[in-house]
Design a protein around this ligand. Structure first.
Ligand SMILES: NC(=O)C1=CN([C@@H]2O[C@H](COP(=O)(O)OP(=O)(O)OC[C@H]3O[C@@H](n4cnc5c(N)ncnc54)[C@H](O)[C@@H]3O)[C@@H](O)[C@H]2O)C=CC1
Ligand SMILES: NCC(=O)COP(=O)(O)O
Length: 335
């Protein structure tokens, strides 16, 4: 069965990082779908020259029909840099440019000019240095789409990890895990596992917050006072939730073999395990958004920008997930 080509917005992100290199690498083969890089064409042309890649930059408009690029061509929706960009170097003057590319992509998705958004890595620090409060795409997308709450989930072969809290200092994590937040996050995870991944009764493992899941209250009381009551309430509605489990032993085959997703309490509880298993082949998905958004699993890798040594595995995973999710959504809409 052949399906109509999709149109996917790709934001290469930080212009000094590896995002432009990865976008250009797509021109190494014919595309099945129309992947439109939202970026400065001159930046891409200069990076292609640096990488000794022969790529034709084809400027397109937001509203153009889907036209997959042949080998050697990259379709680009032009957004101008604010200042010259060099591989490996950050410049706060381009923070606005990075957000402009994201805004164009989000607007294009909400106007249905694009079927999904795939983001390359941005540098959170340099955007803040430009006096723009920014903690990550996840939070920015929620704000820009008027979505109260979204969930960050990373996935690789055999493991999905969703997070109750995302980009905040460790000292603020415990207070952020309120019953309301935990319940709402768990509901979004359950719903998107059903709707986006077709899993009718998702089996979800839930981490405790404290070592040994609080050791019966002797190493912290959040499990007793917050996590267990929420899980119990949701179990009564039919949610298949196992936890709160000690995070150090939850990530073992005995538990993972029958699980569809793990719900971790904070960023560095869940993501190091995910990245140990699948760094370079994993995808970051924002659940709960009105648009489809996936992303690479890595950062800006300034040390590799312009070197030709950046691995595009995660970009391909992110594109595959975005296309599959967009096709599944189209299928649901048409049925
Ligand atoms: N999706 C996003 O926008 C993300 C952005 N970041 C941002 O990236 C910046 C740098 O973060 P780091 O912690 O240094 O992580 P990083 O992922 O940029 O780099 C960590 C290590 O992995 C290597 N690496 C990363 N991507 C690679 C690739 N595609 N191929 C080969 N090697 C690769 C780098 O060379 C470095 O040694 C930070 O500002 C962070 O906020 C981090 C993660 C995700
Ligand atoms: N560690 C994942 C990460 O930082 C990506 O965050 P986001 O920019 O996708 O919100």
């Amino acid at each position: 069965m052949t399906t109509a080509p999709l149109r996917i917005a790709l934001t290469p992100g930080e212009p000094g990082g590896i995002g432009p290199d990865l976008a250009l690498s797509l021109a190494q083969s014919d595309q099945t779908h129309d992947i439109v890089a939202i970026a400065d064409p001159a930046l891409l042309a200069e990076r292609a020259r640096q990488l000794q890649m022969d790529v034709t930059i084809c400027e397109v408009s937001a509203q153009a029909p889907a036209a997959p690029a042949p080998q050697g061509q990259l379709n680009v929706l032009p957004i101008a840099l604010q200042a010259p960009a060099q591989a490996g170097q950050l410049n706060p003057a381009n923070a606005r440019y990075v957000l402009d590319t994201l805004d164009a992509a989000i607007d294009g998705c909400t106007a249905h000019h694009f079927d999904a958004l795939v983001t390359g890595p941005v540098h959170k620090g340099v955007i803040n240095e430009a006096d723009i409060a920014f903690s990550g795409h996840t939070e920015y997308l929620a704000q820009r789409t008027d979505t109260e709450l979204v969930v960050m989930m990373l996935a690789t072969e055999g493991l999905r990890v969703a997070l109750v809290t995302t980009h905040l200092p460790l000292k603020d994590v415990a207070a952020a895990i309120t019953p309301e937040r935990l319940e709402a996050i768990t509901r979004i995870l359950q719903q998107d596992m059903q709707r986006k991944f077709g899993i009718a009764e998702p089996q979800i493992l839930v981490c405790g917050l404290n070592p040994h899941a609080g050791e019966g209250g002797h190493l912290g009381r959040e499990e007793i006072e917050v996590i267990e009551p929420v899980l119990e309430r949701l179990r009564r509605e039919g949610f298949a939730l196992n936890g709160p489990l000690p995070a150090d032993t939850l990530f073992t085959p005995k538990y993972l073999q029958n699980a569809d997703a793990v719900l971790a309490m904070y960023h560095d509880q869940g993501l190091p395990v995910l990245k140990y298993k699948g760094f370079g082949q994993a995808v970051n998905i924002t659940l709960g958004l009105p648009i489809i958004r996936t992303s690479v699993d890595h950062g800006t890798a300034l040390d590799l920008a312009g070197s030709g040594r950046a691995d595009s595995g995660s970009l391909h995973t992110a594109l595959n997930y975005a296309c599959n999710m967009a096709q599944a959504r189209g299928h649901l809409t048409n049925s």
